[in-house]
Ligand binder design. Structure first.
Ligand SMILES: Nc1ncnc2c1ncn2[C@@H]1O[C@H](COP(=O)(O)OP(=O)(O)OP(=O)(O)O)[C@@H](O)[C@H]1O
Length: 545
């Protein structure tokens, strides 16, 4: 790490920052957020003290301590997050957005603030997801279910569709008090468990660990809602939408007075097909069948990323109506064909007239996609024509997921390549944040050392030796003023100086005492050594009042 830093620092000794970009990006959101959120301005002198007292009282009450809570009342219900009502206010994302015009004519060593952080769209997506995950329902009357609390309903309408599972189903986001993680609880209303074996069938689903399947963690019955409900606990993916919500509930937009088509690009359709096929491979290989491959039960969890949702439910609710596995697995493929047909036609009723819908696919997509959908929909399929014949034979292939996978290998390779590219992009964004993490650690150490309140009146601590240098260095980083006495808020200066400290550069910086009577010259290497030794002293408890 240090070597990397050294290289970076040596190679770019003069990191210059475009100051107008900095002012918009760094200054505004901070001050705005502080005003908007009263919890930020509230004087919290010792954030740990209230936690300590709450954990003591909880221990006495025999309850499990919530390590995130700052008061005991937040152990249950809607007060799980501090200041829940304030959180409801949406963050002002636009304040974080870069304002143009972009400076294209910068020299190689010059940077703008955005070069140091992850791309704005990715950051915004992650922030919105974090916001959704923390969302609570103030004054909620929803109960705690076993060890799941802070339930938030995710259904977007009150019309319950009973055709899929045979029971009205509700979806809630909830937090587990066992591990603090957020899960999805899918509740089937008015379900009566008659056979214990039915619910045990979920055990086999817990073994399915595939990127295309929403992982199932548990299933149990409960009377917490005042009826007898069946609950499935699955992974939670913030801001997911069902395929129907993503593609079929659209209001047409207009381009010069003409409605714009909402045709899903063929590459996206192939992406969906290959992801679901891979999920089916994992499910079928484990002797199971998905049974619900439906527009409302496949969720889009991020761009072009889909997962099968609601698996295992029919295995429990229809446990008493056994059907041959082969038949169920073949039906999975047919359901996949119907799903793609609807998406390619942009119409959830496309299966009402399959022939016409297939013709539409033939007109708007490639022959290979049409053949693929036809193959999936056909009960006893003939050898595919444009699809690669499995094993190179012309014999009628069996309708299994393996046959299908062999037939779409070219598309699988395309999806795989796209995934690698997406991975590369995320890895480079991660690398940027790694750099920021490195600097954040130095800033943290510096702040652990300087201005400690317990040494407030002890000049021996802050005003002597290495601590004094560090205090002035902190001033050099953050409290410089220009010739007119205005604060200098130059992020480039801070980043360059911190990189030099991390690299232990021999370059010298000039530290000026607050009364401007003394000037001290120190090298960044010295600053680095001082930070380390003072921090060690603190950690070892050597620094006493
Ligand atoms: N695992 C999950 N993670 C995050 N959100 C989810 C998850 N499962 C479902 N959702 C969201 O919950 C909402 C309701 O899901 P549900 O499966 O009930 O769909 P629906 O459109 O209401 O279907 P139906 O009409 O069959 O009830 C959807 O917006 C869906 O995106």
């Amino acid at each position: 790490m240090e070597t990397d830093a050294e290289n970076t620092s040596e190679a770019q000794p003069n990191v210059t920052l475009c100051s107008n970009a900095l002012t918009t990006d760094i200054d505004e959101p901070v001050s705005d957020n502080i005003q908007a959120d009263p919890s930020v301005t509230a004087p919290v002198l010792n954030p740990y003290s209230s936690y300590n007292s709450s954990s003591t009282s909880l221990a006495a009450a025999g309850q499990q301590a919530n390590p995130y809570a700052q008061d005991a009342s937040s152990i249950s219900g809607t007060a799980y997050y501090q200041n829940a009502n304030a959180l409801a206010q949406p963050p002002q994302y636009h304040l974080y957005f870069p304002l143009g015009p972009y400076r294209e004519n910068l020299l190689a060593y010059q940077k703008i603030a955005h070069n140091f952080f992850i791309p704005d769209d990715l950051r915004e997506e992650l922030q919105r997801k974090a916001e959704a995950a923390r969302q609570v329902l103030p004054n909620s009357a929803l109960p705690e279910v076993e060890h799941y609390h802070t339930l938030v309903p995710l259904d977007t309408n009150n019309q319950r569709n009973v055709t899929l599972f045979g029971y009205p189903s509700w979806v809630y986001k909830a937090v587990s008090s066992k591990d603090g993680k957020t899960y999805i609880l899918r509740r089937l209303e008015n379900y009566r468990l008659t056979n214990e074996k039915a619910i045990r069938s979920v055990q086999s689903w817990k073994r399915i660990n595939n990127g295309g399947v929403v992982k199932i963690h548990d299933a149990f019955t409960t009377r917490a809602f005042g009826d007898s409900s069946l609950i499935f606990v699955t992974d939670y993916f913030p801001r997911s939408k069902t395929l129907a919500q993503e593609h079929l509930n659209y209001t047409p937009s207009y381009n010069r007075g003409r409605p714009m088509t909402n045709q899903i690009p063929e590459a996206t359709l192939w992406g969906y097909i290959t992801q679901i096929a891979s999920a089916l491979k994992a499910i079928h290989s484990n002797g199971l069948a998905a049974r619900v491959i439906n527009l409302s039960k496949v969720i889009v969890t991020s761009k072009n990323r889909v997962r099968l949702n609601g698996c295992a439910i029919l295995d429990v609710t229809q446990h008493d109506i056994p059907r041959p596995l082969q038949e169920l697995q073949a039906e999975d493929l047919t359901q996949l064909g119907r799903l793609i047909l609807c998406l390619a036609n942009n119409n959830q009723n496309a299966t009402l007239n399959i022939q016409k819908s297939l013709e539409h696919v033939g007109r708007t997509c490639s022959l290979q996609l049409k053949d693929c959908v036809t193959w999936l929909l056909t009960a006893a399929p003939a050898a595919p024509t444009t699809l690669q014949s499995p094993g190179g034979t012309n014999a009628t292939p069996e309708k299994t997921i393996d046959t299908f996978l062999q037939a779409i290998t070219t598309q699988i390779i395309n999806t795989f390549d796209n995934t690698l590219h997406a991975n590369d992009i995320i890895a480079s964004a991660l690398a940027l944040e790694l750099e920021n993490g490195r600097l954040f650690r130095i800033v943290s150490k510096l702040n652990f050392i300087t201005e400690r309140p317990e040494f407030d009146h002890n000049p021996l601590w802050a005003e002597t030796g290495e601590r004094y240098y560090l205090k002035l260095f902190r001033d050099f980083l953050y409290h410089s003023v220009d010739a007119q006495g205005k604060p200098v808020t130059d992020l480039g200066h801070v980043i360059a100086a911190l990189n030099k400290v991390d690299a232990g550069s021999e370059e010298k910086c000039m530290l000026v005492s607050r009364d401007e009577q003394n000037v001290l010259m120190v090298s960044y290497r010295d600053v680095k050594r001082m930070v380390e030794s003072c921090f060690l002293e603190l950690v070892k408890g050597g620094a006493r009042r």
